[in-house]
Write a protein of this length. Structure first.
Length: 500
């Protein structure tokens, strides 16, 4: 066990080594510090989501494209056209990665620590009457370089028990929990109650009188069993949908990797690697940190014999949809992605002026992005005033990094809560423009032209699902659940597995 001694001032001594205490900033202080580093003296405020506010977001398509010409996915920075897969992998793709890391999402640090996974619980459970094996895991991040910050990644793995061989799994960004912890048998429950009574009476002898008064009472009781005659929900839950199709699923907790706020940037994995110091402009933000954590989860899955690690997908909605797309783009071991309602910072074009704006991210959710991204919301700065039009990269190129792997872009409709703020049209334009990279690499795109300026979104509930790049806008709200059955059917056309 480490010996900890409080040192003089802000240092802590651990086993004879001195460690400075981590900086504690509010989100505003951290934001101000990054502005100072970048020489920014004023940022444009982001638009309001309130249509009646004076600074309301633009929803006029005629004003949505201030710089309609996108950087060409298949043109090198020197102007040379990319005509072969070899040119893509060796020249163009590294250019896109460099630009996205430098200006948008940040770079992974060179000194990333190892993660050691421990299975806390392995349980035989059921999901919708489907027998499953569920595992609860913790991934401890090695913090020996800076013991003042602990990072323990929480994850749950669930696979069907009645399918032979390893199964494909969908890793979902969200809060993990065991689906239905198994209950002790009546005999085991009787023993637990007997021991529990003895312990309680031993701890407090007055309790014996209570047990004597209620001799049939059991302090430990079983949870009610599932009722096979209970009405089924109108929509099958995503987890059950996957298991029915012979898939497994994983839930990983992004907040156990990195906090979803600016004040947390000197803690979590970002703070651990920076030894509690504030970020530099090119350092990674929360989206990239969550993606790193998902990749560490995949490290574990590669050791689990019940999982087909070549066929692991990544899924998320909203901010986690952004993270899922960033994960798929930067981590080539993920074979498939379901990207739900991701908006700015995800599938939607950054240079579009429709709903959520670049200024929304440089002000409010700046911590999702690299510090450098703030430059594109600056009205007064040493480097001048910049907007999204000054970016030399955009989200269509992020989607292109996923090629030729299976990439499903999902949205709902504003009438049900998937707000105009998310700019569905801008995501469709980006998906159209990304298609050229898929075709170059021998995959199929959406099956329409790559002219993002003229192609129109298909009607709601009309999926473009013939290629490795897919699009579907369902008639539900801010969720991808209504698209899951279409996602599974689409993915199973390309993935052969035991449960299919």
């Amino acid at each position: 066990m480490a010996f900890i001694q409080r040192g003089v001032g802000q240092d802590t001594m651990i086993n004879g080594n001195r460690y400075p205490q981590p900086v504690t900033f509010t989100a505003q202080q951290d934001h101000d510090d990054m502005m100072r580093q970048l020489g920014i003296t004023a940022l444009r405020p982001g638009p309001s989501g309130d249509a009646n506010a004076p600074n309301h977001a633009n929803y006029d398509e005629a004003k949505a494209n201030p710089c309609p010409q996108l950087p060409d996915v298949l043109t090198l920075k020197n102007g040379k056209k990319v005509t072969t897969p070899d040119m893509w992998w060796k020249q163009r793709r590294p250019e896109i990665v460099e630009a996205l890391e430098r200006e948008v999402y940040g770079r992974l640090p060179a000194n990333l620590p190892k993660v050691t996974w421990t299975v806390k619980v392995t349980d035989q459970e059921s999901v919708g009457f489907i027998p499953v094996v569920a595992k609860e895991l913790v991934g401890h991040v090695d913090n020996s370089s800076y013991p003042l910050i602990n990072v323990d990644i929480k994850m749950v793995v669930v696979v069907p028990a009645n399918v032979k061989g390893p199964v494909p799994v969908l890793m979902m960004l969200g809060r993990p929990s065991l689906p239905a912890p198994a209950q002790p048998s009546p005999e085991d429950m009787e023993k637990l109650n007997s021991v529990f009574r003895e312990m309680m009476i031993k701890a407090d002898t007055s309790v014996k009188a209570i047990f004597d008064k209620y001799p049939a009472y059991s302090p430990v009781t079983r949870l009610p069993a599932p009722n096979p005659f209970a009405p089924r929900p109108a929509e099958v839950p995503t987890t059950e949908e996957l298991l029915r199709a012979g898939w497994g699923y994983v839930t990983i907790d992004p907040s156990s990797i990195q906090a979803d706020n600016g004040a947390g940037l000197t803690r979590g994995i970002i703070g651990l690697v920076n030894k509690g110091r504030p970020r530099k402009p090119e350092d990674w933000g929360a989206l990239r940190a969550w993606a790193w954590g998902a990749a560490r989860g995949l490290d574990y899955l590669e050791t689990d014999q019940s999982v087909d690690a070549r066929r692991v997908g990544i899924e998320g909605v909203s901010r986690y949809g952004k993270a899922a797309l960033v994960t798929l783009a930067f981590e080539p071991r993920f074979g498939v992605g379901l990207i739900g309602s991701s908006g700015k910072g995800g599938a939607t074009l950054l240079r579009r002026n429709y709903g959520e704006a670049v200024e929304s991210l440089t002000g409010g959710e700046y911590y999702w992005m690299a510090g450098n991204f703030m430059k594109y919301g600056a009205s007064e700065a040493g480097s001048g005033s910049k907007t999204g039009c000054d970016l030399d990269v955009d989200s269509h190129e992020l989607i292109a990094l996923c090629a030729p792997r299976l990439t499903f872009i999902s949205y709902g409709i504003p009438e049900k809560g998937d707000a105009h703020w998310l700019d569905h049209e801008g995501s469709y334009m980006a998906t159209i423009a990304a298609g050229a990279a898929f075709k170059l690499l021998g995959a199929k795109d959406l099956g329409v032209s790559n002219d993002y300026q003229t192609e129109k979104m298909p009607p709601v509930n009309t999926g473009l699902l013939e290629g490795q790049l897919a699009w579907r806008q369902h008639d539900g709200g801010h969720t991808d659940a209504p698209n899951v059955k279409y996602f599974i059917g689409w993915a199973d056309k390309f993935i052969v597995h035991e449960g299919h």
